[in-house]
Ligand binder design. Structure first.
Ligand SMILES: [Zn+2]
Length: 235
C-alpha cells in the first residue's frame, strides 16, 4: 500500500499483498462485481477505511463513461459513474482499477475527487467532466493537485489502429508508437488532460501488468481490483 497527502486530504493506493480474498482474487480485492466472495470484499474494504482513518468509503462502479456523481454520505457503490466528488470530511471516495488509471484529486478549498480512466475515459474526457462538475458545485480549482495510481504501461497496452486513432483525436500525447505496434499510455493522457486545466499531478510509476503485486485485467482476465481512496479528516 502506498499513501500520501494532497493539501488537507490523504490518499492511499492498495495492492493485492494482504487481505481476505482467495484464489484469482487474492488477497486484497476491493470490487464486488468480479465474482469474489462478498464477505471477503467487505473485510478488505473495512481495512482500507480503517487505514485511512474514516468511518466509510464510497466506491464508484466504473462504466468507462464521462459520468460524475456528487456524494454527501456513506452508501452503496455508485453504479454507472467513473468519478465521485464531495466536500464532506470523513467520507472516503474510491476509484477501482486493474490496469486503468485511478486518480485522487484535492482542491485547496476542501473538495476531493476519485476518478477511474481507461482509454475510453480519455476519449470521453472523464477528467474534464470531473473538473467541470467540481467547478459547478462551487469548488475553486486553482492550486488543485492530483495523484495517479499504478496503471498499465504503453508497452503492455498495445491496441488496434482504430482505437489508437480514437485516442489520438482527443489526446495525441497518449499514443505511443513502438517497433512492436501502437500502445496507449493512459497515464500520460490523464496527466495531459489534467494539465490542460492547470492541475499538476504525481504518478505511481508501476505497471499493473508487469507487477505481480497488482491486479491486471489484461494479464489475468478473471481478477480483482485495487483502488485509490481519498478522504479529508475533520480532526
Ligand atoms: Zn507494462
Amino acid at each position: 500500500m502506498t499513501s500520501g497527502i494532497l493539501h488537507d486530504a490523504s490518499w492511499l493506493v492498495t495492492d493485492r499483498s494482504v487481505g481476505a480474498s482467495q484464489g484469482a482474487f487474492a488477497f486484497n480485492n476491493l470490487a464486488v462485481h468480479v465474482g469474489d466472495d462478498a464477505r471477503a470484499v467487505a473485510r478488505n474494504r473495512t481495512a482500507v477505511a480503517e487505514r485511512l482513518g474514516v468511518p466509510s468509503v464510497v466506491f464508484a462502479r466504473a462504466a468507462h463513461s464521462n459520468r460524475v456523481a456528487r456524494v454527501s454520505q456513506a452508501g452503496p457503490d455508485v453504479p454507472g459513474v467513473d468519478a465521485l466528488i464531495t466536500d464532506q470530511a470523513d467520507l472516503g471516495l474510491a476509484a477501482q482499477g486493474a490496469d486503468c488509471v485511478m486518480v485522487a484529486l484535492a482542491t485547496v478549498d476542501g473538495w476531493i475527487a476519485a476518478v477511474h480512466c481507461g482509454w475510453k475515459g480519455l476519449v470521453e474526457q472523464i477528467v474534464a467532466h470531473t473538473l467541470r462538475d467540481l467547478t459547478d458545485a462551487g469548488a475553486d480549482l486553482r492550486g488543485a493537485r492530483a495523484h495517479l495510481g499504478p496503471s498499465i504501461c504503453a508497452d503492455c497496452y498495445q491496441v488496434d489502429a482504430q482505437r489508437a486513432e480514437e485516442v489520438r483525436m482527443v489526446v495525441p500525447e497518449a499514443v505511443v508508437v513502438t517497433s512492436s505496434g501502437v500502445g496507449v499510455d493512459v497515464r500520460a493522457g490523464v496527466q495531459k488532460q489534467l494539465r490542460d486545466h492547470q492541475v499538476e499531478s504525481s504518478a505511481d510509476p508501476r505497471c499493473t501488468a508487469e507487477d505481480p503485486g497488482l491486479y491486471s485485467y489484461r494479464r489475468d482476465g478473471v481478477t480483482g481490483r485495487q483502488a485509490i481512496v481519498v478522504a479529508r479528516r475533520s480532526a
